[in-house]
Design a protein around this ligand. Structure first.
Ligand SMILES: Nc1ncnc2c1ncn2[C@@H]1O[C@H](COP(=O)(O)OP(=O)(O)OP(=O)(O)O)[C@@H](O)[C@H]1O
Ligand SMILES: [Mg+2]
Length: 511
């Protein structure tokens, strides 16, 4: 008959088993030759793996040359930061490299359980010290180890790990702080730098909500941007690089730069502010382009001032073949050298926008801004390069209401009617409206700031009327002068026939 063992008996049996095992292993270690032990060890592992049904996968923080942190490790860390903060008992809080908030992750040697399609897996965070071969202190090597049953091998390696990577990347994207990149002027130290871009954290507060613009137009732009950001599969299907060009044009102070910041904030993109005048040549331009990452906006502000694109093209067209021949070969070579060492050409810029390199990375917006859209070469702004043209114009009453809600937290006011009628009669930029709505002293209330705006509008109206009057006057004088010269011309013909008679009238006009 089976008699259940008491707890004490069980412990005693286990203790003696362990003691005998240790004794035997000590004997083997002492009397067994090394080769035999190795042989023995290999087979023990094989036998063990036969009975041990679990598979382990390690993901190390640094692999290979240790220069770059492994993307996979970072993704697992992010994935587990959400998962582990719910169930792990020991957590560590760190200020993430690019992040403004504390990120929780599981502490060393902590173990968390995860479940995927009903399958249980375990994650352990661990670290090892590398064998110290050099006199310098070595950094510990951290890694995550995933354990799962071997019967789920396929589903874990093919589906679960993919899911972890994707989720981890998404979490990192959400947590990351965006950057504003700029290409500095090329100097002699540039060659030692790995990248042509320098960056700072992008923290512009502009959003589409605060942007003063007609609501319908604003909504159209937002929808266009959001549709673009979700169209990865669509672009792949139609065989087009996943990028879109925007041309923002309008007078100074109408919100072109503000809109770019709002775009970046809406889509959570980085901004590459490309200063074309600091780019030496087309090769450097291409290098800069390749270095940009996906989920970014590449901005070229005031494109008409950055380059004499139209000029260059015309210059080339104007040259006659004879002229080229006349120049000595040396001269031509010098000219060519000067051009390539200091200039980006229109064709270089077009290549930048739609050449094959521009497809590397995907999910990019290219935004040009200009005050004079008519100055740009049509090739540069044709659809396909600059897909959407957005005009930012003077402040309308609708746009003013956005500004008044931002600056004064006012949706309605008795002075609004006057402002509306003045805005119909005169032009004012949103930048000027914004400036007038700013408080100039602690005592400035909404009414005072609105009256500042009314005053500015009245001044603008008076100035516009004065200019109009002066223009009218000038055209009247011109017309008069034309009138005066007409009889003179007519009389000149008559003069030829009767030279003496009209000489008195001619001298009068001249006088
Ligand atoms: N549409 C707008 N909505 C909200 N604020 C605006 C708008 N337009 C201009 N502003 C205000 O005016 C300032 C200047 O605007 P912004 O720099 O965007 O003009 P811009 O069109 O880029 O001018 P420029 O052609 O001279 O570069 C901004 O800081 C912002 O406060
Ligand atoms: Mg600007």
């Amino acid at each position: 008959m089976f008699v259940p063992q008491t707890m004490t008996e069980m412990w005693a049996t286990m203790g003696s088993t362990i003691a005998s095992f240790m004794f035997i292993s000590a004997i083997i270690r002492q009397y067994c030759p090394y080769e035999l032990r190795l042989y023995f060890g290999k087979y023990t592992k094989l036998i063990m793996s036969f009975f041990y049904p679990y598979i382990k996968i390690s993901i190390h923080e640094y692999t290979g040359d240790r220069l770059k942190r492994s993307e996979a490790y970072a993704a697992v860390e992010a994935y587990l930061s959400i998962n582990s903060s719910k169930c792990a008992k020991r957590l560590k809080a760190e200020m993430a490299k690019d992040c403004s908030k504390l990120v929780l992750s599981m502490d060393e040697y902590e173990r968390v359980k995860d479940e995927f399609k009903g399958i249980k897996v375990w994650w352990v965070s661990s670290k090892v010290m590398p064998p110290s071969q050099s006199m310098y202190p070595q950094q510990e090597r951290r890694f995550y180890r995933l354990t799962f049953h071997k019967r789920h091998r396929e589903i874990i390696t093919e589906e679960y790990l993919k899911h972890v990577m994707q989720q981890g990347k998404d979490i990192r994207l959400k947590n990351r702080q965006r950057k504003l990149y700029t290409n500095g002027s090329a100097n002699k130290w540039q060659i030692y730098k790995q990248t042509g871009w320098s960056h700072i954290v992008f923290e512009h507060p502009a959003t589409f909500q605060t942007l003063a613009m007609e609501p319908a137009k604003k909504q159209e732009i937002i929808e266009d941007l959001v549709t673009f950001s979700k169209s990865k599969d669509f672009y792949a299907r139609i065989g087009k690089a996943w990028k879109r060009g925007y041309l923002l044009y309008g007078p100074p102070g109408t919100g072109k730069s503000t809109m770019i910041a709002a775009m970046a904030n809406l889509l959570n993109y980085d901004v590459y502010d490309l200063e074309l005048t600091a780019v030496r040549d087309n090769t450097e331009l291409r290098k800069l382009l390749i270095e940009t990452t996906s989920k970014s906006i590449i901005v070229i502000e005031d494109i008409d001032c950055s380059l004499d694109l139209t000029g260059q093209r015309n210059k080339k067209d104007e040259k006659s073949p004879d002229e080229d021949k006349k120049k000595s070969e040396k001269e031509t070579r010098k000219e060519h050298k000067e051009e390539t060492s200091s200039r980006v050409t229109l064709s270089g810029l077009l290549n930048f926008i739609d050449g094959i390199w521009s497809a590397c990375g995907g999910e990019r917006l290219v935004v040009f801004t200009t005050n004079y859209v008519e100055k740009l070469d049509p090739a540069l702004i044709r659809r396909g390069r600059m897909d959407k043209h957005i005009e930012l114009s003077y402040c309308s009453f609708e746009a003013f209401k956005v500004l008044s809600s931002n600056y004064l937290t006012l949706e309605a006011h008795p002075l609004f009617d006057k402002i509306e009628s003045l805005m119909k009669e005169t032009k004012i930029t949103p930048a000027d409206v914004a400036e007038n709505l700013m408080p100039k002293s602690p005592l400035d209330d909404a009414e005072k700031r609105l009256s500042h705006l009314i005053q500015a509008l009245e001044e603008a109206k008076a100035a516009a009327e004065a200019t109009e009057k002066a223009e009218k006057e000038a055209s009247r004088i011109n017309a008069q002068a034309d009138e005066a010269t007409k009889p003179a011309e007519g009389s000149a013909k008559e003069d030829a026939a009767q030279p003496q008679e009209n000489s008195h009238f001619k001298s009068q006009i001249a006088h």
